[in-house]
Design a protein around this ligand. Sequence first.
Ligand code: ATP
Ligand code: MG
Length: 353
Amino acid sequence: MNKYEIAVIPGDGIGNEVVPEAMRVLEAAAEIHGGLSLQWSQFSWNCEYYLKHGQMMPDDGIDTLRSFNQIFLGAVGMPGLVPDHISLWGLLIKIRRGFQQSINVRPAKLLRGLESPLKNPKDFDLIVVRENSEGEYSEVGGRIHQGSDQIAIQNAVFTRKSTERAMRYAFDLAAERRGHVTSATKSNGISHSMPFWDEVFKEVAVDYPEMNTTSTHIDALAAFFVMKPHIFDVIVASNLFGDILTDLGGAIMGSIGIAPAANLNIERKYPSMFEPVHGSAPDIMGQGVANPIGQIWTGKMMLDFMGYRELGELILGAIEDTLQAGVRTPDLGGRAKMMEVTDTIIANLKKRA
Ligand code: ATP
Ligand code: MG
């Protein structure tokens, strides 16, 4: 029996609702497998914790999490009560940085049984690999002068190490898929970092002669996401470009409520963190109508990363069976409640086993 210690941080709002649902599905999958045991430890570090203690997690929070195999997170955020930068920097970014989760992976796929908001979508099945630790979201910069002369300067930081790491991960991923990597660039407008990005991309590509590569400027790339997402396989992007593309990816899938994500420490020195794209959605919390699929699919990505890909495929198949049968939450135009969707996914999982 292979045992894995999973730290669970449900977080705020619907995070508290969808995380237990995803755990039910993962438990059912582990049972089907027979040789896999998931040991869950729950941490209630969230905005409520912040309101009580003045911080999102205890001082030794990172040390506590270090011993776990993986971290399974719902969503944090209490807009209006706790400023976004506190929930973001006090927990998510602390964990991402503390464990060098320098790659963010977000698939976007037209699931069987779903309509995309795009008019005539052909099948698309793409993955965005986003550099997650530097680039445009660096803290280098500042302000000079005052009043009407004031200037704000923000420097983007691209290290060869992290740029190359993201690119190599994208190529390795593409090698297991359809063998195509698209680089999101903007070297016609950004004069230092993006030419460097292009250079590293060309160098890394030399090591993968069997792969097809394309470099596309981010503006055109964003348009292609909407016009013809079926042309993409794996896309590698900087922190900012990746951030924007992955939200778009979630949108073209049909609902942000189904979009999964992973923050990976690909060296596997520290735990990785699996958290869906959506936020805490306070507008629908407590009604039992949150779509659990984003969190469940995120759990599938965790199993994939742990080496249980067949089990992951089984889960995705069960999700698609469920959608195709029309069991959908209101964000997808359905009338099902969250738990009904989860129950149906588990039933379909057992049928497929
Ligand atoms: P964050 O800043 O934490 O990313 P956000 O401001 O982007 O949050 P979300 O919390 O993701 O916002 O919510 C955006 C919209 O999508 C809301 O109307 C919310 O109800 C809806 N939504 C988000 N997640 C789900 C879900 N799992 N099921 C149904 N609707 C969802
Ligand atoms: Mg958001």
